[in-house]
Design a protein around this ligand. Structure first.
Ligand code: ADP
Ligand code: MG
Ligand code: MG
Length: 309
């Protein structure tokens, strides 16, 4: 189904209780439970989209962007927690991940091939600084240093959302599932004794994968320069922005991160894309719980230390 500006996909197994003479309805009950779970997941994605979409004027995110430059805004503990994780990753990555990239990000329209020109970027750059966001934990309050600061959660919200959906399935007793939204995927358990196999798209060939990897109880997120982009005079303008320059990050073409925490995995894929091959790989090698597969500009694959075997 379509949600959060992308395609979501869900697969899961649900055990049928043994049909007995006394319980002939077991199959029907299981089917009904499966349908209800799917409905719950669709509803959950829609709830999160309504809270975090920049395109919905009444979303919590939009209200925050409107007001936090002029006053302290109290937000839900859910959004507050997500902003806290985003800020932690900004600190850890020295600003490669920065949700205030939005003051430039919002000036792009990839479908219409519209991009900010040099002076617009120069004007907006001072507003790109995660340190301009103040989070007060005592009462879930947020304020921005000035009115020019805008935030966007496109680099982290889908990872969080699929984790919420997997949690719904786990609560219902599901042990094997795959949930994805765009390039963000969680593999719960396995496929009944066989691992889930995840393909990482070939960055320059449609319907082709660059690599397949078996995964179980892991999240994987891929950031690619081929998802939302346009080409003008031979230059590719795409949706992952280097906060230091305000331009698209162009050192690599695809970054996949693997780890347990889907929210962090999502944010790290964007982060490493911005950092590029050398700095990005060195950064991931300092985080023992996260691994990376990077495809460089020559379509060569690079694996972090923990994946090399
Ligand atoms: P996808 O949207 O396919 O999941 P990513 O997880 O890499 O891909 O997220 C890319 C999105 O992250 C962009 O569309 C934008 O919303 C946001 N973004 C772009 N640059 C940055 C950045 N430097 N820091 C944080 N978020 C960013
Ligand atoms: Mg990401
Ligand atoms: Mg993502």
């Amino acid at each position: 189904f379509n949600t959060m500006g992308t395609r979501a996909h869900i697969e899961f197994w649900l055990d049928k209780p043994k049909t007995t003479k006394l319980n002939t309805e077991a199959n029907e009950q299981t089917d009904l439970k499966a349908q209800q779970l799917i409905q719950q997941i669709v509803t959950e994605m829609s709830r999160l989209n309504n809270a975090m979409s920049p395109y919905i004027a009444t979303s919590e995110l939009s209200l925050l962007n409107n007001d936090a430059g002029s006053r302290e805004v109290t937000i839900s503990s859910e959004l507050f927690s997500l902003l806290t994780i985003a800020q932690e990753i900004s600190v850890l990555s020295h600003g490669a991940f920065d949700i205030t990239y939005a003051s430039i990000g919002y000036q792009y329209n990839y479908r219409e091939k519209i991009r900010p020109q040099k002076n617009a970027i120069e004007n907006a750059l001072p507003a790109i600084n995660y340190q301009g966001i103040t989070l007060i934990e005592a009462n879930n309050t947020v304020s921005f240093a000035n009115n020019a600061i805008k935030i966007d959660l496109g680099g982290i919200a889908k990872g969080y959302a699929i984790q919420q959906c997997i949690n719904i399935l786990k609560l219902a007793g599901v042990e094997s599932a795959l949930m994805s939204a765009g390039g963000d995927t969680i593999l719960l358990g396995d496929r009944r004794g066989r691992p889930w196999f995840v393909g990482i798209k070939h960055p320059r060939a449609e319907d082709k994968n660059a690599v397949h990897i078996p995964l179980s109880n892991e999240a994987i997120s891929t950031s690619g320069d081929y998802e939302r982009y346009f080409i003008e005079d031979g230059t590719r303008y795409h949706h992952i922005i280097n906060p230091k320059t305000g331009d698209s990050a162009r050192e690599v073409v695809s970054v996949s991160i693997i780890g347990k925490d889907a929210t962090v995995v999502d944010a790290l894929s964007t982060t490493v894309f911005v950092k590029g091959l050398k700095e990005g790989m060195a950064f991931i090698d300092t985080l023992p719980e996260y691994e990376a597969i990077i495809i460089d500009n020559n379509q060569k694959l690079h694996f972090s230390k923990g994946l090399q075997q």
